[in-house]
Design a protein around this ligand. Structure first.
Ligand code: PEP
Length: 252
């Protein structure tokens, strides 16, 4: 069986000031040598400082988005190379909040991923259905389309992670059933194997995201092809994120 290192990734979204970096210190103290990858994606204003704090530690850092261009006249935007320059290892791309708030399409996500990979970043490509799409029994079609459109050709199990995040489960406290999570993760694995071959398909990590908390992490991490989590709200406090890391380390 192909080994895949588990990953606990936190997305701070538009939350956090300098004062909240104390949460990172606490996390580093609690997890000096985690058995899984631990990643925090703070707002851009904190990225450089957080990266400095974690440079010798067990926590990696990432951006939450980058521009489709390598540089240029795009006021307020961030280039992938700037994230790398600030110490980021990863960038989250195609998060449903970006897709909704900034009308990002699969094409944009794919272009961003190419630019990010060129800048030496690893990418977390997000996909997920809305509640209406699930209720219309369109989930797998939607996920298949997003994967096909958002992932560039030059990915490997090393430089890409896929995150399945049902839009209706993000920040709502609702999660799909474990069978529903398993069905989508198995489907994503099959799609990756079909397009990229068994080597890349089997070594790519697939994270679940959407209301993961200490109380549901263990059961979610036991689902087939769940290689970790992308966590929003529960990643802001070390006291909430740490038990999720513990659960992941203890998982199969
Ligand atoms: C997210 O937005 O990536 C997310 C999973 O958020 P939450 O954990 O708060 O549902």
């Amino acid at each position: 069986m192909t080994y895949r290192k588990k990953m606990a990734a936190g997305n701070w979204k538009m939350n956090g000031h300098w004062a909240e970096l104390s949460e990172v210190s606490t996390l580093l103290e609690r997890h000096p040598n985690p058995a899984c990858d631990v990643l925090l994606c703070p707002p851009a204003t904190l990225l450089s400082r957080m990266s400095d704090m974690t440079v010798d530690g067990a926590v990696m850092t990432g951006g939450q988005d980058c521009h489709t261009d390598e540089n240029g006249a795009h006021t307020g935007d961030i280039a992938a190379s700037m994230l790398a320059d600030a110490g980021a290892d990863y960038v989250i791309l195609g998060h449903s909040e970006r897709r909704a708030d900034h009308t990002e399409e699969d094409d944009d996500v794919r272009t961003k991923a190419k630019v990010a990979l060129n800048a030496g970043l690893k990418v977390i490509i997000c996909c997920g259905e809305t509640l209406a799409e699930r209720e219309a029994a369109n989930t797998l079609d939607i996920i298949g389309g997003q994967l096909a459109g958002s992932i560039p050709d030059n990915v490997t199990g090393e430089n890409m992670v896929v995150a399945y995040e049902p839009v209706w489960a993000i920040g709502t406290g609702k999660i799909p059933t474990l069978d529903q999570i398993g069905e989508v993760h198995d489907f994503i694995r099959a799609q990756l194997e079909r397009r990229f071959g068994e080597g890349v398909g089997r070594s790519t990590r697939i994270l679940y995201g959407g209301s993961v908390k200490a109380g549901n992490a263990t059961e979610i991490f036991a689902v087939s092809n769940v290689d970790g989590a992308l966590v929003g709200g529960a990643s802001l406090k070390a006291g909430d994120f740490s038990p999720i890391i513990d659960a992941l380390e203890a998982s199969k």
